[in-house]
Design a protein around this ligand. Structure first.
Ligand code: 6PG
Length: 477
């Protein structure tokens, strides 16, 4: 046994992770279900480090030092269980399985328990950063067996991205916590992308900018508060000229957004937890609406939009859109962090949300300048219930709100859909209100279903006998 760690599943993420580890001087065993891919890996990258190619699982297990450390990089769902089933009988007490895919956190919880029963240890880890991140330094979100993590910590922190001397990797929490945090990361990624798409739509169809000008606008924005990987690559995608048509590439890409599920899971779990997660959820809906392409085509010939109103001052509008994007982004992150806070309580994970912001500052898809601010916020108030209430963000949203409201009004007037911008603003307005209209909802529920209500001026549950004499009775005594 000569390898300190093994990677099974050599599609691009697995292959790049293995190369990243080897480049840090760690001997790695590589394996793939179909051996041809392992051979191809060795032909292409075998010279980059100390690899042992294993054609069978037996050889793979044989190649590893004890306790064996095995990173599984296969498609989430059934394939992960299949790999565990295949490996488990060949492993020994204390060996460590690490799932680095986008697994559902409930699957991870189940796998942690299953491995415990078999005397094995399981780590479910989020790995973010796409192909390039996996190779050059991803953000890593490991959860599960804490002692097992200690045995891979050195390798993980050395291959992770690094910001100001701090590695973008830290133990997240027990059982499914790592994959949960990765799921919310992806949900925030969906919201960020949707907000960017809405800003692009407005710049193009309301401000009337052409695509190269929009590319330059995003490039400019990337040097301010909005500085982030996603804004940076937006400028690049928009600046790309299509080789066939000579026009912008974005104009020949089919406008149907696909998804693999993590954003949807985030929204589903928010519903389960009872956390208002409007930004991310609207982003999921926007993708599903986009995929009704044929229906949209038919509807476009039938449903009428507004009469275009007079031109706005373009420069002012562009800056308003920037501010609306920033404020909506703050809301999306506030909601995502509030969800992690709620999940942490529900599952007893004791998540350190400041640490999550810290490991998202580099390597991952949502890396952004303002994560520093989020980290600072939790450093000051670790049990913070909502990021919006921290002075920095309170100021930022207050300052942006006039622009934000103008953008929502203009877009609505012009008939340009802005589900994430507008729902974020509604959340902001709903959250900052001491007393809202839910009192009426309770009254209605009591009217038709005797569901009872609470009073602001007395303890207990009450019901008005709407259909009888209209008197109120206390129902909980
Ligand atoms: C990352 C990404 C990645 C995710 C893709 C695709 O952190 O590197 O989140 O894990 O798989 O972004 O997500 P969708 O296909 O659902 O858009």
């Amino acid at each position: 046994a000569t390898s300190r760690i093994g990677v099974t599943g050599l599609a691009v993420m697995g292959a790049n992770l293995a190369r990243n580890i080897a480049r840090h001087g760690v001997p790695v065993a590589v394996h793939n279900r179909t051996a041809e891919r392992t051979r191809k890996f060795m032909r292409e990258y075998g010279g980059e480090g100390e690899f042992t190619a294993a054609e069978t699982v037996e050889e793979f297990v044989e190649a590893l030092e004890r306790p064996r450390r095995i990173i599984i990089m296969v498609k989430a769902g059934g394939p992960v269980d299949a790999v565990i089933d295949e490996l488990a009988p060949l492993l020994e007490e204390g060996d460590i399985l690490i799932d680095g895919g986008n697994s559902h956190f409930n699957d991870t919880r189940r796998r942690v328990e299953r491995c415990e029963r078999d005397g094995l240890r399981f780590i479910g880890t989020g790995v973010s950063g796409g192909e390039e991140g996996a190779l050059l330094g991803p953000s890593i979100m490991p959860g599960g067996d804490r002692e097992a993590y200690a045995e891979v910590e050195e390798i993980f922190t050395s291959i992770a991205a690094n910001v100001d001397g701090t590695p973008c990797c830290t133990y997240v929490g027990p059982d499914g916590a790592g994959h949960y945090v990765k799921m919310v990361h992806n949900g925030i990624e969906y919201a960020d992308i949707q907000l960017i798409a809405e800003a692009y739509d407005l710049l193009r169809h309301v401000a009337g900018l052409d695509v190269p000008a929009i590319a330059r606008t995003f490039e400019e924005w990337n040097s301010g508060d909005l500085e982030s990987f996603l804004v940076e690559i937006t400028a690049k995608v928009l600046a790309k000229t299509d080789e066939r048509t000579g026009g912008p590439l974005v104009d020949v890409i089919v406008d149907e957004a696909e998804q693999k599920g993590t954003g949807r899971w985030t929204a589903q779990d928010a519903l389960e937890l009872g956390v208002p997660l409007t930004g991310i959820t609207e982003a999921v809906y926007a993708r599903t609406l986009s995929s009704l392409r044929e229906e949209r085509g038919r509807a476009s010939g039938v449903l009428r939009g507004p009469v275009p109103s007079e031109e706005k001052d373009r420069k002012e509008l562009v800056d308003d859109i920037r501010q609306a994007l920033y404020a909506s982004k703050v809301v999306a992150y506030a909601q995502g962090f509030a969800q992690m806070h709620a999940a942490s309580r529900t599952h007893g994970w004791d998540l350190d949300l400041g640490a999550m912001a810290t490991i998202w500052r580099g390597g991952c898809i949502i890396r952004a300048r303002f994560l520093d601010r989020i980290r600072d916020a939790y450093a000051e108030r670790p049990d913070l219930e909502n990021l919006l209430t921290v002075p920095y963000f309170t100021e930022a949203t207050a300052k942006a709100q006039d622009a934000w409201r103008r953008v929502v009004m203009t877009a609505t007037e012009q008939g340009v859909p802005i589900p994430a911008f507008s729902s974020s603003l509604s959340y902001y307005d709903g959250y900052r209100r001491e007393r809202g209209p839910a009192a009426l909802i309770q009254g209605l529920r009591d009217f038709f279903g005797a569901h009872t209500y609470h009073r602001t001026d007395a303890e207990g549950a009450f019901h008005t006998r709407w259909a009888q004499d209209g008197t109120e009775v206390r129902t909980d005594t």
